[in-house]
Design a protein around this ligand. Sequence first.
Ligand code: SDX
Length: 431
Amino acid sequence: MAKTASLKIDDKPFDLPIMTGSEGEQAIDVRRLRAESGYICFDQGYGNTGSCESNITYLDGDNGILRHRGYPIEQLAQHSDFVETAYLVIYGELPTEKQRNHFGTLLRKNAAIETQMQRIFEGFPDDAPPMAMLSSIVASLAAHYPELATNNFERDLQNFDLAAAMAISKIRTIGAMLYRYQNGMPYVHPKDIPFCENFLHMMFSEPYKDYVAEPEIAKALNLLLLLHADHEQNCSTSTVRMVGSSAANLFTSLSAGISALSGPLHGGANTAVMNMLQMIHDEGDDGTRFIEAAKSGSKSSRLMGFGHAVYRNFDPRAKIIGDACEKVLAKLGIDDPLLEIARNLEQAALKDDYFLSRKLYPNVDFYSGIIMRALGIPVNMFTVVFAIGRAPGWIANWREVASQPKGRIYRPRQIYSGPVKRDYTPMGDRG
Ligand code: SDX
């Protein structure tokens, strides 16, 4: 007998089916509720609402568990790399050597940005927000490759492999080009080298001297991108699904996801963390004073990089990045005072009832900026790096929406609380 939830409204009973996921998560299926009762559910911000069934990523916020297609993030961080994890997130299985080589070839063959697209950069002030530029230029991929962006699910899925590889590779290249444009430096053409090394080459090479990334630096960037690859139905991923559900093509949907990620409460938090740490340092505070201010609860003095809409425990990615911080900075011989301040803040917060009672722990953004700074990546590029890492997750989610045989356009309802019916009044009668 299928499990149901019984609801009684005005003494009338309603039995609603219970859905159970592969990890035992349970949900009340309310798809019939409005038709049968006239009532909708209300859940501002969808914090308690499942918008879809997905096979990509599993999060257990209470126990700090994150798995991609069943593989624990700790194992992927230890044994995999960004390109292999991107393949896993998108296609559902770890690639064979042949599949990995083919995917890598697609990424390398589609790394360059054509001259006509390069002209888009010139339309922006050189101090434009990088994420605003990234979102616009990624959207233009639909104009430059219309055969991959027909806004017809069937046709776009037929060309999905090329579009997906192109998106991952070009978002990385556009990211590097943003840095060059904003610093008045000529663009650097991609080379036939691994993904992360190519990004760093395109960011930092000089006209007559190629930048060759030290293995530790390429490894650290690989880890950072891998840890950002996907994260269930976060704000930007849900945005990609929402836009994709209208049959908008992959590039257009990714552009919307980039815009959602740019907010400081989401992908912009890594930048906000670094600005917070720098401010604490410049004020000669070791973090003690700031922690007290953060407990005021005001949105303006939040402990950025702490708290999470899902994790009520440590964000497993924060642990991995926090450990990597020490190793990367030691290997590079960097003594960053901001790391010391971050450690002070973490230790103070993890002993303070204000944070413990609200289950506020470090999230993925708390330490990631310190590693990126050690790699020479400027603060205003941190969220761009986050977008490069999250591209596979967005792509995998768009593919799930596009592949659904009975997919419906996302169209949430609302509770209207505005003025009730009233008649139009001529200007002269408006007082
Ligand atoms: C990412 O969804 C994802 O998976 C996102 C992400 C991904 O990989 O895609 O993991 C990436 O976005 C990580 C989160 C990055 N954002 C930040 O680090 C910004 C700082 N964090 C907060 O703004 C906040 O914690 C959120 C937005 C992340 C989560 O907010 P919630 O769960 O909606 O919590 P809330 O705003 O309802 O706050 C609950 C209480 C409030 O206090 P009271 O009203 O109960 O007194 O906790 C307090 C808040 O004031 N609070 C904080 C705090 N975060 C919440 N107080 C101080 N510092 C903070 N960081």
